[in-house]
Design a protein around this ligand. Structure first.
Ligand SMILES: O=P(O)(O)OC[C@H]1O[C@H](O[C@H]2O[C@H](CO)[C@@H](O)[C@H](O)[C@H]2O)[C@H](O)[C@@H](O)[C@@H]1O
Length: 263
């Protein structure tokens, strides 16, 4: 870990109340060719469990996955807050109703699924994930970069004819949703809900940039992997996240036996 990240994490860990918000795929879990096979890297899962047990720490997943899928794949410890569907779904621990689509949105979602299913039928390896607010066209298993990009382009063109379909690009995936929401809005909701002194957000994909965009001076943004980013810090891969989380947990556990510096 480079010194600037270590210094930022130590400063972050010393705040009395912190929020740690984590993307799932490509951040807590390695990317997999079968989307349903994604699971937290075991060291990351252990570090998340350790943090969840500490006072003054709120943990959250901020993911493009649906809430149901996120719960199943991530198996978050009790009390972890969940933002799903790129901000369109929330579980902040209360009785708030789940995502409810209007009749128009339901029709648009149906058209998105039909449109992407037709596109995928033309390309071996492509498949469509049905999601609460839309659908995702996956091309990770399409043979060849050029063909995969062509399938995504076909999807974008076909979706341009669907009223109310908003597009989100990701890693080997084109998502289309009927509810406009972002991870930035999700992180802002989490900040309002938990009132932390500082927020850490880590993510690997294009949609995570909207999360980094809402971070403030005391916050820490960590990009996982390669690519342009607004995050101030970077780690190479999901397996490197555990060291980040452990540093925070160890420093806070150490301080809990003495007075916390800023409390
Ligand atoms: O915001 P995230 O938690 O990172 O979720 C983003 C999307 O992740 C999933 O797709 C990605 O991960 C798959 C498993 O590693 C991989 O096969 C796929 O190519 C990636 O795009 C998920 O299937 C989507 O629904 C999420 O929106």
């Amino acid at each position: 870990m480079d010194q600037s990240l270590t210094t930022a994490l130590e400063r972050f860990a010393d705040h009395a109340k912190i929020l740690i918000a984590l993307d799932f795929d490509g951040c807590v879990a390695e990317l997999t060719s079968v989307a349903a096979d994604a699971r937290p890297v075991p060291e990351n899962a252990r570090a998340i469990e350790a943090l969840a047990a500490l006072d003054g720490v709120d943990l959250a997943y901020v993911s493009g996955r649906s809430l149901d899928t996120l719960r199943e794949l991530a198996s978050p410890p009790e009390g972890v807050l969940l933002i799903g569907s790129h901000g369109a779904e929330k579980d902040l621990g209360g009785d708030a109703p789940g995502l409810e689509l209007s009749t128009t949105e339901q029709m648009a979602r149906g058209q998105i699924i039909d449109t992407l299913t037709e596109v995928a039928a033309d390309a071996e390896g492509a498949w469509v994930e049905h999601k609460p607010a839309g659908a995702a066209l996956h091309v990770r298993n399409v043979d060849g970069e050029e063909l995969a990009e062509h399938v995504l382009e076909h999807g974008r063109a076909a979706l341009s004819l669907v009223d109310g379909a908003y597009l989100k690009n990701g890693k080997k995936v084109l998502e289309s949703v009927v509810v406009l929401a972002t991870k930035g809005e999700g992180i802002t909701d989490l900040r309002e809900h938990t009132s932390p002194d500082a927020v850490l957000f880590a993510g690997d994909d294009v949609t995570d940039e909207q999360g980094f965009a809402v971070l403030e001076a005391e916050d820490v943004g960590i990009k996982v992997g390669e690519g342009d980013t607004a995050a101030a810090h970077r780690i190479a891969a999901p397996k490197d996240l555990a060291a980040v989380l452990r540093l925070i947990a160890d420093r806070r556990a150490g301080h809990s036996q003495e007075a916390r510096p800023d409390s």
